[in-house]
Design a protein around this ligand. Sequence first.
Ligand SMILES: [Fe+2]
Ligand SMILES: [Fe+2]
Length: 397
Amino acid sequence: MSDPVRFLNTFAQTLSVMTLYPEGHPSRERVIDAAFEDLDALYAGGQLPLFTFLEGEVVYGRQPLRDLRGWEWSARLAECGVGRLEFERRMTRDEFEGFLQEIQVRLTHASAGTSAQRQMRDLGVRLGAVGLDLEAVAVTPSDPAAVTGLREEVDTLHWMQREVLDGRAIPMLEAEAVVRSLTLAMHADSGMLLPLLQLKEFDQYTTTHSLNVSVLAMALAEALALSPREVRAMGVSGLLHDVGKTRIPLAVLTKPGKLSDEERLMMNRHPSDGARMILQSDADLELAAVVAYEHHIMLDGGGYPAMHYERGCAFGSRLVHVCDVYDALSTRRPYREAWPQDKTLAYLDERAGTEFDPFLVQAFSRLMREGAARVHRLDATGTPPAHGQQSPGGGRV
Ligand SMILES: [Fe+2]
Ligand SMILES: [Fe+2]
């Protein structure tokens, strides 16, 4: 019988028994067998087992497990950094035992090394903290070193955009290098999520926006416990989502006021242009191309480009879409002030289920509220910005 509560109880019991008996002891073997069987039964339920351990609550898939409200193991697991447990494939009995040993190591030494985490990945188990470790990404907005640290990335991205503008391929190695250094900045001890940066040059708006979306996408991906590789893939997708805008004349991008029909058509082509440019530059960047193509498509199918048949957008596109709109609305434009965080989050929330994926809005909201004091986006204050789609709330992205 597929029963997540039963599995977790056996799982916890197994971890306790394992501390009492050495490897090979019949009691230990028996209880591991039982947990393995219970896990196996979960696969039979048709979905890959996914547990999230929140404060005093356990969620299976998206279903809170009432019976386990206040379960002490939830807090214990969360405390040692296991906020989420996702079994991506069936394990062998030996692999399962190895996995239990790794959890045990984590429980006894609060933080397991990266090699242990890598081993987990090899086992097809994904685990991680829910939410960003905000202590580790605290921001010191006034820290000039932090700002100087990103200046190089801003310049590189700016240079990349000029390359594309001159008709050359997107410099993918540089894009990946920018994303790698953004992740390093996010995780540096004295680090930052996003420093406050004043950019005066108007054509750097898209640069700033792309860096912001890249970091926000990575922060959200990380909060959802995606693997470091997937997090970086989201970073590259965020960085390149608006690359199609380099084809739009600056006069149109920076035009204050309403766009003409012709200019609007030009603007609405940036997703498909961007996707084509990415694929022509590097066929391996399929995800970034898909995200570039889909980032203005709403959950209910609205937005652009128009879809020829009804289908859901890729997870990455839905994720970047949330970060994209958040950054656009939080930025000052000639026709409106920057929206405060509460207003922007309320906007996302209102449209969760129609424009945005509600699960992602919820996770994003939690991430931003938790980090409110420390998280700062790059700020292009005083910058006449580029224009994009007019969204229903008056934000252009
Ligand atoms: Fe866009
Ligand atoms: Fe955008």
